[in-house]
Design a protein around this ligand. Structure first.
Ligand SMILES: [Zn+2]
Length: 290
């Protein structure tokens, strides 16, 4: 069965981190697809310890070897700093050892990036093929990157990249992506009774509700809250979420022809309605606001 036709428009070859890369610009005709469970909703809490925690209770681990590759990257980086590098003021040329160390480090960098991208693609492909509705947070990634301690973790987990992939893959698979307003307190809200805690330290890995006594993994709680937003969105037509990716209009179009790299698929944001109480900051963003 031919599922879709592809026409290659152009190809670009480049060398990066000791590897050759070929990028193709293609025109793709896709048949209309449906997720395996069109009516199912999944909340995705993108994590630091795990790649993601789903409202279904599934923990998606970080790609294996990622930690090892990162540690190797640090070692190589230190090794390089001990060698004689170039000096623009004196015009000193870098040593052969420095050049070799730099090449090794570049390869290690590329390996880490590849592992991460691979893990994210597997996750987003699985999610969009399975579930009709995916709900994620709109994290203030720029604000988080300003915090140095978390910056590496955030960059590694690829919050923005997950969102980007989900946006175009939901279009491809006939599902939809809902993005929670960035002020929605998904971590601080009790997924059982709806009570909102005023404080939740980043170090608290368990969510404990003072109202109903619920004790649950922090990320799982957040994922459940995100999933619950979908029902709110469907009854109110808005709420603290914005539809992105395949909204009704897009789906009605049927086949979607893409004449560019998948990442550049425009994603429309429709009607974000901030919930009451903008001061109830998200626990993560709050930790970095200083
Ligand atoms: Zn509760």
């Amino acid at each position: 069965m031919v599922e879709w036709g592809v026409r290659i428009m152009s190809a670009t070859v480049r060398r990066d981190g000791g590897r050759w890369h070929v990028s193709f610009t293609t025109e793709v005709e896709r048949v209309e697809r449906m997720p395996a469970q069109p009516d199912s909703v999944v909340g995705v809490d993108v994590g630091i310890k795990h790649l993601a925690v789903l409202s279904t209770g599934l923990l998606v681990p970080n790609p294996s070897h990622l930690a090892a590759a990162r540690s190797r990257m640090r070692t190589l980086s230190r090794a390089m700093s001990r060698k004689t590098g170039p000096d623009n003021r004196t015009g000193r040329r870098p040593s052969k050892r420095w050049e070799r160390a730099r090449a090794r480090l570049a390869r290690a960098h590329a390996q880490v990036a590849n592992l991460r991208r691979d893990g994210l693609h597997k996750l987003t492909t699985r999610l969009t093929a399975e579930h009709g509705t995916i709900v994620v947070e709109d994290l203030n990634v720029t604000g988080m990157l300003a915090n140095r301690r978390l910056a590496r973790h955030v960059a590694d987990a690829g919050f923005g990249e997950i969102r980007r992939q989900l946006a175009y893959k939901t279009v491809w698979n006939g599902g939809r992506l809902l993005v929670a307003d960035r002020w929605y307190p998904s971590s601080k809200t009790c997924s059982a009774c709806g009570a909102v805690r005023t404080k939740l330290a980043l170090s608290e890995r368990e969510y404990q509700c003072q109202m109903c006594g619920l004790l649950i993994d922090r990320d799982r709680n957040a994922a459940l809250n995100l999933a619950a937003l979908a029902a709110e969105f469907d009854t109110a037509g808005s709420g603290p979420v914005a539809a992105r990716g395949a909204d009704r209009k897009t789906r009605a179009c049927g086949q979607v022809a893409l004449k560019r790299e998948p990442g550049t698929t425009p994603v429309g944001q429709t009607g974000t309605v901030p919930p009451q109480g903008r001061t109830t900051d998200h626990a993560l963003t709050k930790a970095h606001s200083r």
